[in-house]
Design a protein around this ligand. Structure first.
Ligand SMILES: [Zn+2]
Length: 219
């Protein structure tokens, strides 16, 4: 509880990582749609919404003609291509900050990225006085995992919303969840992220002091 500020980190929800893309994760498109619905429903819960994108110009050995799918991958997330853009399902998301990563080297964690002004994700979150982050996106076993671990290492209270992410394989997903739990990252289903009656609950309006904005008829 307390007076924390919360950010939603939407990691690498790009067509390149979804069915039909260059490096597809099964379930990617469905997760993109689910994230869009969640973000619309919980808009008031977040002080900041940040997207990250894999945005490769020349990432060296990250790309390979004979990828091992461990350290090397087929070309994906190529800067300037349509499939490196945010997923069309997120067209209404309106992120406060967009972070891009991996221009000239592999970058799994959103904390390796920068925004259009060159600010690192850690600097952005500090500037915005964010204390809590919820991480969603693609893929749970790779970039979501790395982003959540870095968030926790930055001292942020960190949750991964388990139904709003998808791993490359079930086995890698299970391993990632074990690692996240062991590191102190909380794993939560999205429908349990904000229990009914908690502060700023949009349905009940339990907090009289929070009611002013929603009842404001506007000018
Ligand atoms: Zn990449």
């Amino acid at each position: 509880m307390g007076e924390g500020r919360r950010a939603l980190l939407v990691v690498d929800v790009q067509p390149t990582f979804c069915e039909g893309g260059a490096l597809p994760v099964a379930g990617g498109n469905a997760v993109a749609e689910a994230i869009a619905r969640y973000a619309a429903a919980t808009h008031d819960r977040y002080d900041l919404v940040v997207t990250t994108q894999d945005w490769h110009v020349d990432p060296g050995a990250h790309f390979s003609e004979q990828p091992d799918f461990v350290d090397t991958w087929p070309p994906h997330g190529v800067a300037g291509t349509e499939e490196a853009e945010l997923h069309p399902a997120l067209s209404e998301l309106g992120p406060d900050v967009s972070v891009k990563k991996g221009e000239y080297a592999a970058a799994y964690s959103g904390f390796e990225g920068v925004d259009g002004e060159g600010r690192s994700l850690a600097a952005i979150l500090r500037e915005e006085r964010v204390t809590d982050v919820d991480v969603v996106g693609i893929a749970e076993s790779h970039c979501v995992r790395a982003t959540a671990l870095d968030a926790h290492a930055e001292g942020l209270r960190t949750r991964v919303l388990t139904d709003l992410t998808v791993p490359v394989t079930p086995e890698l997903g299970a391993a990632a969840r074990d690692e996240l739990r062991a590191a102190g990252v909380e794993l939560t289903a999205s429908d349990a992220a904000f229990p009914a009656g908690s502060a700023a609950d949009g349905e009940g309006g339990t907090g009289a002091s929070d009611g002013a904005r929603s009842s404001d008829p506007g000018a």
